[in-house]
Every structure is written in C-alpha cells, then in structure tokens.
Design a binder for this molecule. Structure first.
Ligand SMILES: Nc1ncnc2c1ncn2[C@@H]1O[C@H](COP(=O)(O)OP(=O)(O)O)[C@@H](O)[C@H]1O
Ligand code: SF4
Ligand SMILES: [Mg+2]
Length: 330
C-alpha cells in the first residue's frame, strides 16, 4: 500500500492583533500547527484527538489545501498541496473531500436534498447523464431511502443531515475524506451510526479517512491509527490499539484515562483536562506540557523533548515516557 498522504513538518500560523491596537503593538503570529508529520495510506483511518484549540481544524484545513498561511510539505499522491498551481486545485477538490461540522443543516432551507447532492457535480461541470439515478445511488450508499431527495435540510433529523453531508462529500469519488467533528452535537447512539457509516464506506470505497473527533470510544472502534495533539503539535501518534493499551505520553494517558479530571463535556462534546491550556502567544519553554504534567521533572522545564520512535513504530515526544503500568520507565 502506497502512502496517499504524507505530511512533513507542517506549520500553520495566524496573524493576531491588528485593528486599532496594532498601532501600539506590532503584529504577531501564532503557530496553530507546528512540526506536524503524519502518513496515511489508502483504506486507513487516522483519528485526530485533542482539546479544543489544539489545532485540529487548522491541521485538517491545511491538509485539504485550504490553509491560509501554511508551510512544510503536504504530499497528496506525490503532489505538494501547499504549492499547487491554481489550475490543479480544482482536481484536488475532487480527490480530497471535507465534511464540515453541520455541513447540511446550516445550508439554505431553499435547497432540496436532490439539489444539495447534485451541487458538487454542477460546480465541477460534471453533471451525470441521469441525475435522478445518481441521487438515488448516493442516498442508497449512505443508507437513506430515495424518497429523501425531495426533503429540505430542516426536514431532516441530525443523523439524516449528516448522512446527506457524507453523500455530498463522496459525490465526486474522493480518495481522501477529511471529517471535522462529523458527529458533534448528535446523540451518542447517532454518533456511533454516523462514524460506522463512514467506516463502512471507507472499506467499501477504499478511502483514506482523516477524522477529527472527541468521542474516544468511537476512535477505538473505527480508527486504526490515532494522533494526539497538544498546542498544535502531535505528542503521540501510532496504532490505536497500541496507544489505548499503553499510552506513552502523559498527556495521552490523561486524555484516555477514566480519571475524573478528564471530562468530555456533554453540552459541547469538548474534552477538558484539569489546568489551563497555555496561550499560543507564550508557548512554555522545555516540554510545553510540563505545567500540567504529573510526571514533569526539572529537565522538562527547559529541554524540549525530541520526537522518539518506539519499537512498535509509534512516535511520541516525552523525556520520561510511561510504561505499561502507567508510570515513567526512565
Ligand atoms: N482564523 C483564525 N485567526 C486567528 N486564530 C485562529 C483562527 N482559527 C483558529 N485560530 C486559533 O488557532 C488555534 C487552533 O484552532 P483550531 O485549529 O480551530 O483548534 P481545534 O480545531 O483543535 O479546536 C486556536 O488557538 C485558535 O484560537
Ligand atoms: S517531557 Fe516531561 S513534562 Fe513533558 S510530558 Fe514528558 S514527563 Fe511530562
Ligand atoms: Mg475544530
């Protein structure tokens, strides 16, 4: 299996400040994504997890070629997405689909499902010969009855709307699907349904799937690989089973633990850990997690940990990785 997606040292930044204040303070940049490297093959699912503000959306957008100020390398089928001439960007849009949160229910109530499903074809000037048959095919693919075609977004349940969103994303036969919190705001049972659907379609269509989600139970069941982000960096990445069995990075351990300090907020689905997330304007020296890490030692306060590779192939950044018993081995 060849790598469909190769990301190396990706950085994505935002200009902050500006407006009247900028007369008094110079413009500064925050690195919302820093030093991210990952690989994804056809048929694989990589889940990205991390607290709110950890850079998940910014990373996903940069990979899809929608990042504003991104540098490094994003190779899709060997082509650098970050340096793609305008003429090739449209083709990229066909190969890389993005499922936005609430992509369908936020659309104009004037559209029917039929119109929504045909829109991608229209945009790309690829209208199928038999549009109705195509709409039925797409609805069937995502487990909806053909009669849904006449409905409008506000007439759909949350789960149905997400299914239409998935169908729309798959319309042009993408090779990579990026789903940014595709189940946020849904009941837990419906969340499972939508992610299982994505997973089934991944298998059936041999898609690569990059899914951002806060639902760790679902990560465990649908993603063969996972990456954990903190302050825009990947702190641990590897096979989901290995990471769940035995997290090496203390941040991963905190996220995965059933510890009462790890809380998934029911109202907005955000993962919350104890302690303040540092500001991106003032990244801590040394290991950026040291202020919240129960295992921090003096070295952690000044020496930034390098990326290390474990025998099982996972990569992590910590001076004192955890052993299977959940305490540092070194
Ligand atoms: N358009 C923007 N302008 C300035 N800062 C942004 C913008 N979008 C996101 N950020 C900042 O970048 C960081 C990462 O945001 P984001 O990628 O949305 O995180 P996540 O998806 O993990 O919640 C946050 O600190 C956020 O405030
Ligand atoms: S390097 Fe130190 S502070 Fe950072 S995660 Fe590892 S033990 Fe904790
Ligand atoms: Mg986000």
């Amino acid at each position: 299996m060849n790598d469909l997606l190769t990301v190396r040292d990706l950085e994505s930044r935002f200009k902050v400040g500006g407006g009247l204040k900028s007369l008094f303070s110079p413009k500064t940049y925050i690195k919302a994504v820093a030093g991210v490297s990952l690989d994804l093959k056809e048929g694989q699912t990589l889940a990205i997890v991390g607290e709110s503000g950890s850079g998940k959306t910014t990373l996903a957008r940069a990979i899809a070629g929608m990042g504003e100020d991104a540098s490094g390398e994003v190779l899709f089928n060997g082509q650098n997405v970050l340096a793609l001439p305008k003429s090739d960007q449209k083709a990229l849009r066909r190969d890389v689909a993005f499922i936005f949160q609430d992509a369908v229910s936020s659309l104009s109530p004037r559209y029917t499902v039929r119109a929504l499903l045909l829109e991608p074809f229209q945009i790309h000037g690829m209208m199928p010969d038999d549009p109705d048959a195509e709409v039925t095919r797409m609805l069937t693919l995502v487990g909806l009855p053909a009669t849904m075609a006449d409905r409008r977004p506000h007439e759909l349940s949350g789960g149905q709307a997400r299914r239409v969103g998935v169908a729309r994303a798959l319309a042009l036969g993408p090779k990579l699907v990026i789903a940014d919190e595709p189940t946020a705001g849904l009941d837990v049972s419906v969340q499972g349904e939508v992610l299982n659907l994505l997973n089934d379609l991944r298998e059936k269509l041999n898609l690569a799937l990059l899914v951002i989600t806060h639902n760790l139970n679902i990560v465990r069941h649908v993603a063969d690989h996972m990456a954990i982000m903190y302050l825009g960096r990947i702190v641990e990445i590897g096979e989901t089973q290995d990471i769940f069995d035995h997290p090496k990075h203390p941040y991963t351990a905190a996220l995965l633990s059933a510890n009462p300090t790890t809380e998934v907020d029911v109202a907005d689905g955000r993962i919350r850990l104890e302690g303040e997330v540092p500001s991106l304007l003032a990244r801590p020296p040394g290991c950026e997690f040291h202020g919240r890490c129960p295992f921090a030692r003096e070295r952690c306060t000044y020496d930034p940990p390098e990326v290390r590779t474990a025998p099982d192939g996972r990569r992590f950044t910590c001076h004192f990785p955890l052993g299977p018993d959940g305490t540092p081995t070194e």
